[in-house]
Design a protein around this ligand. Structure first.
Ligand code: ME8
Length: 694
């Protein structure tokens, strides 16, 4: 039987427009789906929108429209986004659809009939932004939600409770027997210790607003939005022809909602009668994309720092191309880690790895096919191979296997790194065999062997890139004279064997697949994406090309098959091995990645039982308001009030650091210290909060 693969993303709240964080999870899900499909599996990818709850109801009131009109509008923005990013979900579920509403009520009844729902009074704290209940000990000082840093609300209402406490032991057993249920391991450890700490029964209905799914047989209550939302993964397939896809293999979530997915969700399912083999296989938690050191978010103010530019995925894809953005998202950030998102970073990656490595390989080799082999892939007979080709094939075969293994463990960043390494290996082979010199010989055998090998590796690389850059991969294949990748159930298209590009295939040289931008175009692109520090764009490594290679390539390019509208404009330089570049100094571009800002300390307070730490509120001139910074400087300031009003230098794009107990630092202060003293970096003159320091 064909293996099946069911992947889900969270269903996104419709309280604001989609941003790059949503695009991230969905691009990952799309790439995984494509990968599994090209391996011959039956794959299904579900996404959608989460449309009920108090948060949405309040947003609709603010907008002066009915909740239904409000959610219709925002949900459409999500649905319309996906094609622009090459994301092709098989289903898009909305929690306001009848199929979902009826499904949730059905599962509610099952849970009720299992004896796991009872009525009581909930008294406690609630964060509307999380749509989640909070305990006192989780809060930041000032009764703020540790995730949203906004005040929580006190609730007291009649509610239905779910007997979550009953599932403490079954859940711990699940994590112990199936450690793959929560990945990566660090998240599992957090979840296990949370559950070991004891589970209170969970309030799963609300009665002080109405925008939700009515509780069956109790019309005064609506179902808690998380009970409603989590069941989407099931209601989308339950009772349909797609029911065979249940349960999901991979449920992607970011770390803020792992608890809902790894604790509440399996408990609801167990209560509804699902045995272990019918529970999701893995809740896979990825990190945050950060912009200017903060989580990208729907709140526009959070991205108001000058350097990083827009976080609107549509604008980015319009200017830079969907495939380039997809590649960056999966390549840049280790899956599971937080990572800074930057538009100059996208351009830098695309230039160095897609343009100067992959595109370069194709456009270096194709002109030789036109000039010396009548536009057809030359032969590479076994008897004509040398050790160089045998070693090359062995290295590529090893990389292909490693790339597959990396995809299978969701190490997409590694998979892409190794894919690019395959192209680099071929560039090195090209440099070493110097086809421009071989072309001087009357006997074309050796030249043919080299060119055939390079083109075959372009094919292999294009196939391995396809889950991430489907359009560009197919363009590469087109120039090689091949059809687009077309996954077929039961057929494994992974390029495990050598020789997929047959001898005599007619190539179709064309424009560079990955265009190279001149500095003026690049500057204009950056500006159009609101990036104001253009010098922050990583530049390519300066490359050299022998005059001999240049002449031979130009000649070959000029003689390329008639289909070529122009000589390839892509750089034709050999790729410099990374090891040679190692140095104790850093490039200016590296320094420019550090976003240093002038900050004004608004308040400073000590933290109970943390002698060395101070909690500061620091103004960086951001529309989102001051940042909380935790600094290890308490011992140097016996009178903390002395800090208030002080001008400081803040590293503004450092990933937030969690000190535990709800203390999260969103930046770092610069200081000099000796064993006797510590001084904060400052300036003799006053500068506006947020001024860039460079
Ligand atoms: O939580 N970095 O919806 P949501 C990485 N409706 N991923 C990010 C991100 C960032 N900066 N920002 C958002 C909800 N995401 C609930 C889910 S599921 C039954 C209900 C992604 O609109 C990431 O996948 O707040 C995160 O989990 C999700 O968007 C949260 O989207």
């Amino acid at each position: 039987m064909t293996q099946r693969f069911y992947v889900t993303t969270p269903i996104y709240y419709v309280n604001g427009s989609p941003h790059i964080g949503h695009a991230y999870t969905s691009v990952v899900a799309d790439a995984l789906t494509r990968y599994h499909r090209m391996r011959g599996e039956r794959a299904r990818f579900l996404t959608g929108t989460d449309e009920h709850g108090q948060k949405i109801e309040r947003e609709a009131v603010k907008a002066g429209v009915t909740p239904q009109a409000f959610v219709d509008d925002v949900s459409r923005r999500f649905r319309d986004l996906w094609p622009k990013l090459g994301v092709q979900p098989d289903d898009f579920i909305r929690t306001t659809e009848a199929r979902h509403v009826e499904g949730v009520q059905k599962w509610w009844r099952k849970v009720r009939d299992a004896g796991d729902l009872y009525k009581g009074t909930y008294k406690g704290l609630y964060c509307v932004a999380c749509e989640g209940y909070k305990t006192e000990k989780e809060l930041l000082p000032g009764a703020l939600c540790p995730i949203h840093e906004r005040p929580v609300e006190t609730l007291e209402e009649e509610t239905w409770f779910f007997r979550l406490s009953k599932y403490q032991e079954p859940l711990l057993k699940l994590y112990a027997e199936h450690p793959e249920f929560v990945l990566p391991e660090t998240r599992r450890n957090e979840i296990v210790s949370f559950v070991q700490g004891g589970l209170d029964d969970l309030s799963v209905s609300r009665s002080n607003f109405t925008w939700g799914i009515p509780v069956p047989d109790d019309p005064g209550h609506v179902i808690y939005v998380w009970f409603d939302a989590l069941f989407n993964y099931l209601t989308a397939v339950d009772g349909t022809a797609e029911a065979e896809f249940w349960p999901p293999q991979i449920q992607l979530v970011a770390k803020d909602i792992v608890r809902f997915h790894a604790v509440y969700w399996p408990a609801f399912l167990m209560s509804a009668g699902f045995p272990r083999e019918k529970l999701p296989t893995t809740v896979w938690t990825h990190g945050y994309l950060l912009s200017g050191g903060r989580k990208t978010s729907k709140t526009p103010g959070l991205t108001a720092v000058k350097t990083p530019g827009t976080t609107d995925p549509v604008r980015i894809a319009d200017v830079l191309g969907a495939d380039v953005l997809r590649f960056y998202l999966l390549r840049e950030v280790g899956f599971g880690q937080d990572g800074e998102f930057s538009i100059p970073g996208i351009i830098g990656r695309a230039r160095a790895e897609l343009g100067e490595t992959v595109g370069n390989l194709l456009h270096r080799a194709l002109p030789f096919v036109g000039k010396y082999f009548e536009g057809k892939v030359p032969a590479a007979r076994d008897e004509d191979l040398t050790d160089a080709e045998r070693n090359l094939r062995a290295r590529i075969a090893a990389l292909v296997a490693e790339v597959g293994a990396a995809w299978d463990t969701l190490a997409m960043h590694r998979a892409l790194e190794l894919t690019i390494e395959a192209a680099r290996t071929a560039n090195r082979y090209f440099d070493e065999t110097a086809p421009w010199k071989l072309a001087k010989s009357e006997d074309r055998t050796r030249l043919g062997v080299v060119i055939a090998h390079v083109l075959e590796i372009v094919r292999v690389v294009a196939v391995m890139l396809w889950p991430v850059t489907p359009t560009k991969s197919d363009e590469l294949r087109h120039q090689l004279g091949l059809d687009p990748v077309a996954p077929l159930e039961g057929a494994d298209l992974w390029p495990a064997g050598w020789g997929g590009l047959a001898t005599h295939t007619v190539v179709r040289p064309g424009q560079p697949v990955f265009p190279k931008y001149d500095p003026a175009t690049e500057a204009a692109m950056l500006l159009s994406l609101d990036v104001r520090d253009a010098e922050a764009t990583p530049k390519s490594t300066p490359k050299t090309m022998s005059t001999e290679e240049k002449t031979a390539e130009t000649a070959a390019a000029a003689a390329a098959a008639p289909a070529a509208p122009a000589a390839p404009a892509a750089p034709a330089a050999p790729a410099a091995p990374a090891a040679e570049e190692a140095s104790a100094t850093i490039a200016y571009d590296d320094f420019a990645k550090v976003d240093l800002r002038v900050g004004k300390v608004l308040s400073a307070e000590r933290i109970p039982r943390k002698d060395k730490l101070l909690k500061l509120s620091v103004d960086l001139g951001e529309a989102s308001g001051p940042r909380t910074i935790i600094a290890g400087i308490a011992l140097a300031f016996p009178v903390v009030e002395a800090l208030v009003g002080q001008q400081v230098v803040v590293v503004a794009n450092l990933a937030p650091r969690d000190f535990g107990k709800g203390l999260v630092s969103h930046g770092m202060l610069l200081a000099a210290s000796s064993p006797e003293s510590l001084s904060l970096a400052t300036f003799p003159k006053d500068y506006a909060a947020g001024t860039r320091v460079k």
